[in-house]
Design a protein. Structure first.
Length: 218
């Protein structure tokens, strides 16, 4: 992913920053990685490699969470840390509400973005989920594309930087290989490496020749 000006400006700051990752099981990075590092951990490693050793990185993502869970628990998950940057990874579990849930999903996601801005003056990074295998729950397979479009619309409406993992994973010339998945819609260790590469690229911090870069498998 090409660097985003608002995100490259963040990594250029000289003062220590606090980063918070909020979202669902993919961002939590447990279980389906089978002990390998998740994309937030790989992201953290690369930024520390770049010299940001005084930054604080907090991951409060929880398996099974929806955007409503984020909205209801935002103080506990993020606001109490007064983060400079919040990276949001949500949407897979929300698809269980189907087409009927899209309007509420969109309005609640906007609420989360605005509350982070007003409550902590955070830069909010909006992410689309990864793609899914056909073996994922039916509601994910059927409704994920519409929820991805809703996330993109939220990013546009709120002028939030967008990291579009879904676009990378569904690229028609180079579709995501099966070894990126652990099962269903959950990335495995290689999928998390791919997501780290995309996120780092948006921040202008990706370098395939770096020590951490060599860990990311295309």
């Amino acid at each position: 992913m090409d660097p985003h000006p608002a995100l490259t400006a963040v990594t250029a700051r000289q003062t220590p920053l606090t980063w918070t990752f909020i979202g669902d099981s993919v961002t939590a990075g447990t279980w389906h990685t089978y002990g390998a590092r998740s994309y937030p951990e790989l992201f953290t490693e690369r930024l520390r490699e770049l010299g940001r050793t005084a930054d604080a990185f907090v991951n409060t993502a929880v398996s099974g969470y929806t955007v409503t869970d984020l909205d209801e628990r935002l103080e506990r998950l993020a606001l109490r840390f007064r983060p400079d940057v919040v990276v949001v990874g949500i949407g897979l579990n929300d698809t269980k509400h189907g087409e009927a849930g899209l309007a509420t999903f969109s309005s609640t996601y906007r609420s989360v973005v605005e509350r982070l801005r007003t409550g902590a003056d955070s830069l909010v990074v909006v992410q689309t989920p990864n793609d899914t295998l056909s073996t994922a729950p039916e509601h994910v397979v059927e409704h994920l594309p519409r929820y991805v479009d809703a996330i993109r619309a939220v990013a546009t409406d709120t002028a939030a930087p967008l990291v579009d993992h879904y676009a990378v994973w569904t690229d028609t010339d180079h579709p995501a290989p099966e070894h990126w998945y652990a099962m269903g819609c959950h990335p495995g260790q290689h999928g998390h490496r791919a997501m780290a590469r995309t996120l780092l690229g948006a921040f202008g911090a990706w370098d395939p020749t770096s020590r951490s870069g060599r860990l990311t498998i295309p």
